[in-house]
Design a protein around this ligand. Structure first.
Ligand code: PLP
Length: 457
């Protein structure tokens, strides 16, 4: 299916009215007064973006960039989609804010749209302000439901920047922030950089499951409330699990009475070419592996208004029918966020945007990246991904798989920006993560720019 977007590509792209002095002012105000995430502040030189449309953004000087980052892998529907913008406008005129304890039409519609897509195994949605607090509340639900304390999550993971979510995180961001208790980490499967000396993806999956079983036994199964995993670890490198792995984790959770949480904050709502990544990962001839709780944010409304949430199975929801759920947020189910979800999900469906992500990934991005690897085999160690969710593992030595040095990443970033492409890098990887509305022509252009950047090294 070829995408037929409703996005007008002229009106909002009128860059003639841009004033580079506004760009300069935006930069100066930022440097004077804004404190940025995850950074030493002094050397920062943030880009100033004036506007965007679909898969393109531009600055105040009229320079255009193909957005192959989707910002923080969240703008799944593309920039300034008219249906989402209109839905927010319409809601502002009706009711801009209302307390979470009220019933609100947009909120009910957003919840039901999400549940339709998650499937019959889920019955309720708890709305949060973003992905981190979605994980925070999923962990809380699991602890209250089981009466147990510990949470198992992967070393190669990111779950957000709040108390329990950042300690559930496996990467470096956990280490300076370890205030929450009861978190234990394990290694998930990653054939290209195996912790298990495996020689095939199937062996990797089996050994990773055996390792998880040993961690559960060693920690004491009856102390473990939840296994929290990104269905496809994203920032850690788009680590698509091998066949059988998710089913094996589900079986372990069932065997030991542990709540299984899939973090679909990055992988959900179209990124993998389905509404949820767990739906994309059904093994040949096997049923989809369904968790007990799903956390989401980003792609649900492409970040036009901050929002996230937890999708809850009937049995866990029922546990709070007569006992109080001790959690809440002033902006839980904020009407502007809810309206933007309804607008985004309806447009994604009617315009075939999720199907476009699947087709473009299988037919254009995947083959294109593999051809790029064939042309640059000494630096592109592995290509992996699905839908519009891909990573190139960049190596200094293809035989040893030693990651490239940070200076190589810096050089690639500089040349891609100069060529007019906004890239997404994490550690030694180039993540190829355009919006789900990306066209074949845009992918072809991006592949050419990646090729030029690799050739210039
Ligand atoms: N979980 C995953 C898998 C993520 O990728 C992120 C953010 O990148 C989060 C949780 C945290 O979401 P937020 O930044 O909206 O709190």
């Amino acid at each position: 299916m070829t995408l037929e977007p409703t996005t007008p590509d002229t009106a909002a792209r009128d860059t003639a009215a841009l004033d580079s002095e506004d760009g300069q002012l935006a930069y100066e105000l930022d440097r004077a007064h804004v404190f940025h995430s995850w950074s030493a502040q002094a050397a920062l030189k943030p880009m100033v973006i004036a506007g965007g449309l679909a898969s393109t953004v531009w600055d105040f000087d009229g320079n255009e960039y193909l957005d192959f980052s989707s910002q923080l892998v969240n703008v799944n529907i593309g920039h300034q989609h008219p249906a989402v913008v209109a839905a927010i406008h319409a809601q502002v005129d009706v009711l801009a804010t209302i307390a979470p304890a009220t019933a609100n039409l947009a909120r009910g519609q957003a919840a039901s749209r999400i549940l339709e897509r998650a499937g019959d195994e889920f019955s309720k949605v708890f709305f949060t302000n973003g992905g981190a607090d979605a994980n925070e509340n999923a962990i809380r639900l699991a602890r209250l439901h089981t009466g147990r304390d510990k949470v198992l999550s992967m070393y190669r993971s990111y779950h957000g920047n709040t108390g329990a979510a950042v300690v559930a995180t496996g990467d470096w961001r956990r280490v300076p922030n370890q205030y929450a208790r009861g978190h234990v980490h394990f290694f998930g499967p990653f054939s290209y950089r195996s912790e298990f000396w495996s020689e095939s993806p199937v062996e990797e999956g089996e050994r990773a499951l055996q390792h998880l079983r040993r961690v559960i036994q060693s920690e004491g199964a009856t102390s473990i409330a939840a296994i929290l995993i990104e269905t496809i670890p994203g920032t850690a490198g788009v680590l698509v699990p091998p066949p059988g792995y998710l089913a094996g984790v589900r079986a372990l959770a069932d065997e030991f009475g542990i709540v299984l949480i899939f973090d679909e904050v990055m992988a959900g709502f179209g990124r993998t070419g389905d509404w949820f990544a767990f739906q994309s990962l059904a093994d040949e001839g096997a049923d989809v592996v369904v968790p007990d709780l799903i956390t989401f944010a980003k792609g649900v409304n492409s970040g036009y208004v901050p929002v996230g949430g937890v999708i809850i199975s009937p049995s866990i929801a029922a546990a709070f029918d007569d006992s109080v759920f001790p959690g809440g947020l002033t902006y839980s189910g904020h009407p502007l966020a809810m309206a933007s979800i309804v607008g985004a999900l309806d447009a994604m469906e009617s315009e075939g945007i999720v199907a476009n992500a699947k087709r473009v990934g299988a037919d254009v991005i995947g083959p294109g990246l593999r051809a790029l690897q064939a042309k640059h085999p000494s630096i592109i160690g592995e290509v992996r991904g699905v839908g519009v969710f891909w990573a190139l593992d960049l190596v200094a030595d293809a035989a040893t798989r030693e990651p490239v040095a940070p200076a190589v990443i810096a050089a690639l970033k500089k040349s891609l920006l100069a060529l007019g492409l906004l890239p997404f890098f994490a550690d030694n990887r180039l993540h190829v993560v355009p919006p789900c509305v990306v066209t074949d022509d845009e992918v072809a252009r991006a592949l050419d720019l990646y090729d030029q950047a690799f050739s210039s090294l």
